[in-house]
Design a protein around this ligand. Structure first.
Ligand code: C2E
Ligand code: CA
Ligand code: CA
Ligand code: CA
Length: 278
């Protein structure tokens, strides 16, 4: 029994070593990717449901590793959060998205705004509001050209800097969007405590919309909450025109999803915008 116990233990410990080694290797690779500019942003258009105009674009990070290939953000964002690289990654994403927006405008494309996703730990950094202000001014952009997407994990965060940082960013006139709205247990509490201008209905609701009456009742409640608080409400993950029509009929303001376009590299988004005369 003793030997088999030890054997089992060493088996697990080897397994854990392997995982730890893999993680360390990935961490080193991410560090290098940031240094060597192997990360990219893709942009997904957001469409105003009333008039079909472009409302804005969301910037989403992409990592193509020279050997492994594409590593999805659901893998490398949590890794960046755990190994202390998320500050650097978000600084890069903010700068790159603002540079790209300014570049589009210079070349005559009327992109109204760009949204950037930030992680809860980014708000521990008291210098974030200044970084945002500097980045906007470097590219001669207005605060209202930028939207920062945040998630409910911010509320779980007890770091005292978080609320101050959020308040400072809001005070500059940068819009805050609540991402994945409806998935957390405290979505409504969040609305009372944070200065958000935009709600993003989570795509799980959009997915079930056509076949489930209870889901339609909930999405109807969400747009009513948004309207009464004068928030822009964006529906995510819109994949077909049935979903689009249902959301439009309920009064949703903006839609985003594969029905219109997947997230695209900047040059391809540019082509898409010109083709659709947006
Ligand atoms: P998210 O912010 O909720 O982004 C929406 C996700 O839905 C994106 O996945 C997008 O590609 C995908 N999507 C768009 N349209 C559709 C659709 O019609 N149907 C479906 N099923 N999916 C659609 P992606 O790009 O893989 O990103 C996953 C998550 O990774 C994001 O979720 C966000 O939480 C995180 N993420 C991505 N880029 C960044 C970043 O630069 N910083 C931070 N902190 N997080 C990021
Ligand atoms: Ca988002
Ligand atoms: Ca989302
Ligand atoms: Ca998400």
């Amino acid at each position: 029994a003793k030997t088999s116990g030890r054997g089992r233990f060493s088996f697990f410990s080897n397994e854990m070593n392997l995982l730890a080694q893999e993680r360390l290797a990935l961490e080193a690779a991410l560090r290098e990717a940031l240094r060597k500019e192997q990360l990219h942003l893709h942009y997904q258009p957001q469409i105003d449901l009333k008039d079909g105009h472009l409302y804005g674009v969301e910037a989403l990070a992409r990592w193509t590793h020279p050997e492994i290939g594409n590593i999805p953000p659901i893998r490398f964002i949590p890794l960046a959060e755990e190994c202390g690289l998320i500050g650097e990654l978000s600084d890069w994403a903010l700068r790159e998205a603002c540079r790209q927006l300014a570049d589009w405008r210079k070349r005559g494309l009327a992109v109204p705004a760009v949204s950037v996703n930030l992680s809860a730990t980014n708000f521990h950094n008291l210098e974030l509001p200044q970084l945002i202000a500097d980045t906007l001014s470097t590219h001669a952009l207005a605060a209202s050209d930028l939207t920062v997407e945040i998630t409910e994990s911010l509320l779980m965060d007890t770091n005292p800097s978080t609320m101050k940082t959020l308040g400072d960013i809001h005070a500059q006139g940068v819009r805050l969007a609540m991402d994945d709205f409806g998935t957390g247990y405290s979505s409504l509490g969040y609305l009372r405590r944070l200065p958000v201008s935009e709600l993003k209905l989570d795509k799980s609701f959009v997915r079930d919309l056509a076949r489930d009456e209870a889901t339609r009742a909930l999405t109807n409640a969400v747009i009513r909450i948004g309207d009464s608080l004068r928030l822009t409400v964006v529906a995510e993950g819109v994949e077909d025109s049935t979903q689009q029509e249902l959301l439009k009929a309920q009064g949703y303001h903006v839609a985003q999803g594969y029905l219109f376009s997947p997230p695209l590299p900047a040059a391809e988004l540019e082509r898409w915008l010109r083709e659709h005369a947006l």
